[in-house]
Design a protein around this ligand. Structure first.
Ligand SMILES: [Mn+2]
Length: 285
């Protein structure tokens, strides 16, 4: 079984591969490198529908699927407070509203996965000034609201646990934590987005984390332990592919390296070449 590969498009813009500025160049490079899909930005209020549709249809014409839409949750990425765990009810409701708009956008596209995070506007480490029991309560409430909307629109939503330096230190940092939150507040439309960079910091091991997500695993963000191209750090990608194959995972591995080093085109090429080589090795075993 061959794995399917996608790219979190927003990451390529860190070294000049901005798909909204030069869609043809970026998408042709991705398709040419051998990727199967692209994860488009979920910004229904900021990216004009016409522009979004233009990029989406260009991707489709190049044979690229859209397995996921990437939402922006952190202040650094969103430019506003989108904290689903906030005790400020106005902020929490605004954040749920944003998630639901992303779900509506995805519903019109045949249901790609929407990524849901719990992220303070400004992360605090090693201790959050917000009490973690309140953050959890607020997030659970938000997830119930989002989950109900997602089920109605038949859109899968996936919780991405963020490492302690980027999310709330002490709340939903690991895949194992995310699975616990889903058990409390999820429904059939809610699953796990496993980001290998976060997992490498917070879970016992990448393969353990994927097995913990099990049938709930909807999407994987792919980077090595240094958040750079697979093969440049110390994550055992051969073992990881074995695990995904043994689980019968049919979703995508989506390249999520920040920043896109050494440059976005080289990153694309190196990453897919490495992963496909590992798959060939597995086929020989
Ligand atoms: Mn990620």
């Amino acid at each position: 079984m061959k794995m399917k590969y996608s790219v979190v498009l927003a990451t390529l813009a860190t070294t000049g591969g901005n798909v909204w500025e030069k869609p043809r160049e970026v998408l042709e490079a991705i398709a040419g490198a051998g990727f199967d899909g692209v994860d488009l930005d979920a910004e229904p209020d900021r990216i004009p529908a016409k522009k979004f549709e233009e990029v989406r249809s260009l991707a489709a014409s190049l044979g690229l699927k859209v397995p996921a839409l990437v939402a922006a949750w952190g202040g650094w990425h969103a430019g506003e407070d989108r904290d689903l765990g906030s005790s400020d009810e106005a902020v929490r409701r605004h954040s749920v509203g944003y998630a639901n708009k992303c779900i509506d956008l995805a519903a019109g596209m045949g249901g790609p996965v929407i990524e849901i995070c719990c992220c303070p506007f400004r992360p605090e480490y090693p201790m959050s000034s917000a009490p973690l029991d309140a953050v959890r309560r607020n997030f659970v409430k938000s997830l119930r609201e989002i989950g109900a909307h997602a089920a109605q629109r038949k859109v899968p939503v996936a919780l991405e646990a963020l490492n302690r330096f980027e999310g709330y230190a002490g709340f939903m940092n690991s895949v194992s934590d995310a699975v616990g939150v889903i058990a409390e507040a999820g429904n059939g439309s809610v699953g796990v987005l496993a980001d290998l960079f976060h997992i490498n910091i917070e879970d016992t091991s990448p393969s353990d984390a994927l097995r913990t997500a099990g049938p709930r695993l909807m999407h994987v963000h792919m980077a090595d332990s240094n958040r750079a191209a697979p093969g440049t750090g110390h994550i055992d990608f051969l073992q990881l592919l074995r695990t995904l194959r043994s689980m019968g995972y049919t979703g995508y591995l989506s390249l999520d390296c920040v920043p896109a080093k050494p440059d976005w085109k080289t990153l694309l090429q190196r990453s897919i070449t490495y992963m496909k080589q590992l798959e060939q090795i597995l086929d020989l075993q």
